[in-house]
Every structure is written in structure tokens, then in C-alpha cells.
Design a protein around this ligand. Structure first.
Ligand SMILES: [Zn+2]
Ligand SMILES: [Zn+2]
Ligand SMILES: [Zn+2]
Length: 254
């Protein structure tokens, strides 16, 4: 299993439009962050978590030619807005893309992209074709592996993190209940939300994420969903052992 971080940024992306702060003006490629998403490659099959706002650019940048499954964490715009660009994979494969989402995520996709769900608003192949699978907190099989949803809270919103074998992706959260922490034992790698230094109602701060990462105790933890208040090199120097910032293009195999 090869994992690629397609985007490590928060909802605005980094740089933020119109901002001249140190991070947004930085020339370090690790301070350029697309909207949050990861790709898993499993013996030729490709699974992507979330169709982020930068989905098209991410698919081009990493030369992704097939998409066997798309798994959604939740329905915030930064995680769904590349949905219309699933059409490219429909054109290539001639098949619908299987998507896996919580019921409320699917309901929101249907509202946001109504034209794709209410026939026959458009005729001629102009809408994304998907096969929707509603999932909840029970594990499910996908592309030969077991996917374990990790129920978490994102402010008042329920979201899913996901565990794939000895790797887990837990973005967009500021609270992981004890039952979910039990599902995160024995990880080699964890990717965890760490938005910025000061408090936020729906995301872990850096300090909260460090504490959570140490509690979970994965062999290696990477932080994601990073806002422009964080300069990559500056924070990287001070993070404890086995914790690092993710960055766009980070890749590892498990
Ligand atoms: Zn987000
Ligand atoms: Zn900035
Ligand atoms: Zn969110």
C-alpha cells in the first residue's frame, strides 16, 4: 500500500488569496498546501479520500489515471467540491465511480450537486456518474482490504476518520471519543488534524494534536489540514520525536 498526501492544507488552501504573511509569501514548496486529500494505491487499484476543492489539479499533478473508490470523511466544501471532476474517470473507464459516505454526507452531496442526482436535468454525459454506498461506523471491505471507520467529532458535526490496516487518516476533528481511540491502537502511521496554534471550534490546535498523537502512539504521526499561521520549517524543528508536518506530495509505503 502506497499512500500519497495530495493536499495538506486547510479549507482556504495555502497561500491564502491576498495574504502577505510569512507562510503565504514563503518560497518553500512545503508551505504550498492544496486542500486536504490522500490517495492510497493498492496493487494497481486507486482509492482517494475526499474529492477536495483541488481534486482536478491533484489528479493531474500525480498523473492518476484510474479511480476505483472514493471515500468521504464529511461534506464540508473543501472535501467535496471536486465532485464534478469525477466525470473524467467516467469518460476513461466508461463506468460509475463507487463512493462511500455517511448518509448525511451523501444527502449534502445531493443538495450541493443536485444536477448530478435529479434526472434528467442534463443529457449527454455531462454529470458525474457514481454508485453510492452508505457507510456508518461498521468496517467494510474495499479493494481487498478492510476499511475501519473512525467516528470523530468536528465541532458539532459527526465525521469519519478511516483506518486502512496499520495506517489511519483522521482529519477535520477536535474530539476523538474513547471508543474510537481504541480503534487506533497499533498504528504504524497516523495522519491527524492540526490546524494552527490558537484555539478553533472544530479543529485540533498543534498542542492538542501533539497530545492526541502521543496518546494514540502511532510509530509516526503526520499533521495535516494546516493553516497559513504555520510555517513548515519553523514548527518542524520543535515537534516531538515521531511527529512531523505532512506536506503535499509526502509519500510512504506500508
Ligand atoms: Zn476541511
Ligand atoms: Zn497568509
Ligand atoms: Zn471540515
Amino acid at each position: 500500500m502506497r499512500i500519497t498526501v495530495l493536499g495538506s492544507g486547510t479549507s482556504s488552501g495555502v497561500p491564502v488569496v491576498g495574504c502577505r504573511c510569512a507562510t503565504c509569501s514563503s518560497t518553500n514548496p512545503r508551505d504550498k498546501r492544496l486542500r486536504p486529500s490522500i490517495m492510497l494505491e493498492l496493487e494497481g487499484a486507486v482509492l482517494v479520500v475526499d474529492s477536495a476543492s483541488d481534486f482536478r489539479q491533484q489528479m493531474l499533478q500525480y498523473q492518476v489515471e484510474r479511480l476505483d473508490a472514493l471515500v468521504y470523511t464529511h461534506h464540508h466544501y473543501d472535501h467535496i467540491a471536486g465532485f464534478d471532476d469525477l466525470r473524467a474517470f467516467n469518460f476513461h473507464s466508461g463506468e460509475a465511480v463507487p463512493i462511500y459516505a455517511l448518509q448525511e454526507t451523501l444527502d449534502n452531496l445531493k443538495r450541493t450537486f443536485e444536477y448530478a442526482f435529479v434526472p434528467p436535468l442534463q443529457i449527454g454525459g455531462g454529470v458525474p456518474q457514481i454508485v453510492a454506498h452508505v457507510i456508518d461506523s461498521e468496517p467494510f471491505n474495499l479493494l481487498g482490504i478492510t476499511v475501519q471507520p473512525i467516528p470523530m467529532m468536528h465541532g458539532l458535526m459527526r465525521v469519519n476518520g478511516y483506518r486502512f490496516g496499520r495506517f489511519a487518516y483522521c482529519t477535520d476533528t477536535n474530539y476523538i471519543p474513547d471508543e474510537s481511540l481504541r480503534l487506533l491502537k497499533g498504528l504504524d502511521v497516523l495522519i491527524l488534524d492540526a490546524l494552527r496554534y490558537h484555539e478553533h471550534p472544530t479543529h485540533f490546535t498543534v498542542d492538542q494534536a501533539v497530545e492526541m498523537a502521543q496518546r494514540i502512539g502511532a510509530g509516526q504521526t503526520y499533521f495535516t489540514h494546516i493553516a497559513h499561521q504555520i510555517l513548515h520549517d519553523e514548527l518542524s524543528e520543535r515537534l516531538p520525536a515521531n511527529i512531523a508536518l505532512a506536506y503535499d506530495g509526502l509519500q510512504f509505503e506500508l
